[in-house]
Design a protein around this ligand. Structure first.
Ligand code: HEM
Length: 191
């Protein structure tokens, strides 16, 4: 039996991050900027859990990692829910600032959202059966692409004087998750 609570957790955490951001800014622009940042940070942890689930069970099989893998679909949907709140936050942020969305962000982020919603809509057995090998291709491409956007964003921000320490920590988590996947793949080959 799969448990759906990670979806509820993703939505609740996303709303909390949004609310916290809106209450912390000194003015409306800063509030929406913080809401955008904090919803992205919350989603990051949900994505990393989803990205690492299969590697964790392969490297350390135990009841906890097995439960994580069993419910991975719901962790992914939790991330999709939370990142939909990020979408709402940044759309409002750009509306209140009147700034245009930078083209590279629009293209890179737009592709990410297309993949994210394609994955969310096909996260069920009927789609798995209907898509066959393409299901695996879509989900593998999607999860790696989403990981790449986070990793790229945090690594490139690590040089910013204001937030470098946190960005460096988030970069290390993203690279650590990639390390887990490589180690799990190697272990799989040896077995
Ligand atoms: C068209 C799509 C997107 C737009 C326009 C957008 C816009 C924004 C904006 C305005 C910020 C706040 C920047 C600041 O701190 O001044 C932000 C933060 C962020 N976004 Fe998005 N975003 C998009 C999609 C995504 C996607 C798909 C991901 C990840 C898969 C993502 C991850 C992040 C991250 C990591 C941050 C930084 C959070 C932090 O400071 O810790 N964004 N985004």
């Amino acid at each position: 039996m799969q448990r759906r609570w990670p979806l509820a957790l993703g939505l609740a955490a996303g709303f909390l991050a949004l609310q916290a951001g809106l209450q912390s800014g000194a003015d409306v622009v800063e509030s929406w900027r913080l809401a955008t940042r904090w919803t992205a940070r919350t989603g990051f942890f949900l994505l990393i859990i989803t990205y690492s689930a299969s590697s964790l069970v392969r490297l350390w099989p135990n009841p906890m990692t097995r439960a994580l893998l069993r419910d991975r679909r719901w962790w992914g949907l939790g991330f999709a829910g939370c990142h939909t709140i990020h979408l709402f936050a940044f759309v409002t942020f750009f509306r209140v600032t009147g700034e245009p969305v930078p083209t590279p962000v629009l293209i890179g982020g737009g592709i990410a959202y297309i993949l994210l919603y394609a994955m969310a809509l096909t996260s069920n057995r009927a789609s798995m059966k209907a898509l066959g090998k393409n299901w695996k291709r879509l989900h593998s491409l999607g999860i790696h692409y989403l990981w790449l956007i986070f990793a790229f964003d945090y690594i490139s921000r690590s040089f910013s004087p204001e937030t470098w320490a946190m960005d460096l920590a988030f970069s290390a988590i993203a690279l650590g998750a990639l390390g887990l996947r490589i180690a799990a793949r190697r272990k799989g080959r040896r077995v």
